[in-house]
Design a protein around this ligand. Sequence first.
Ligand SMILES: [Zn+2]
Length: 300
Amino acid sequence: MTNEHLLFETGTNTSEKLIVIGGMHGNEHSGVEAMQRVIGHLKHKDNSVKGKVYFILGNLEALRRNERFIDIDLNRIWSEKFLNNGNSPYDIKELKEIHRLIEDICQGRYDNCTLLDLHTFSAESGIFCIPAENEKSEALAQYYGVPFIEKLASALPETALNYYGEKGMRSVVFEGGRHNTVEATDNLERAIWITLQYLNFIDRKDFPFIDRMKKELEEISRPFPHRLEMVYHHRLKDWHHYKMNEGYYNFKKIREGEDVARQNDRIVRSPYGGFMLMPLYQKKGSDGFFIVQERKTSKN
Ligand SMILES: [Zn+2]
């Protein structure tokens, strides 16, 4: 398989496949570094991986420029509308390339594929993951031991997460930490190893450090609720006139009516109490912030 986006592939030929994507946003290098670390280990252990693993680079030019995207957010255009778009801005060309690669990998079957999409954020702290809205994605998300947010995937409709989740693929976004920090790279590396273990692609005794990594993720997440759901999405049409107030981070408690940001010189108040998620502290982005609440009751 030749494609500029395919960083590395390994494993024995079985029907089970794991697709890891890093750098879907070009200002997020930790995902790429985490993939390179894991590749460094797996390179020499080709036969010990029981399953096929593909490491994919996201937005190549945006990574080179260290920009979130060039013309349009690559992780907000995963839909037939953009895939069939004729007059292509750069990022749509990237979309089509990555899509073609994943289609080549999946060969029309999505039920035996898992997608792990690695991201980082601009806020100070609070790692988490987002499952696609199907049971097997939620089961994987729960396994990492970090907070996971239900009902968020569908609020991000044109993401790879939602696109492949709707096709029945087990799909999870892992948000590893603040952009381009050692901690974020460490956490995303842990997420890759734990996913390999979850899928039974690798043997515990060949990689004894994975149990320790899982404990480390659980330890980092201890102050925060484990299972949450999204109750509010502050969507932006124009990010140039939006500024979060200082001091917010993922899972910071917020009150209903709290003054959280300025938009076109007006105060933005939180319509609900709960926890802050993904407050926007970077130049580009269409999501101002999300509010999540702890989910205590079991699913009906
Ligand atoms: Zn991202």
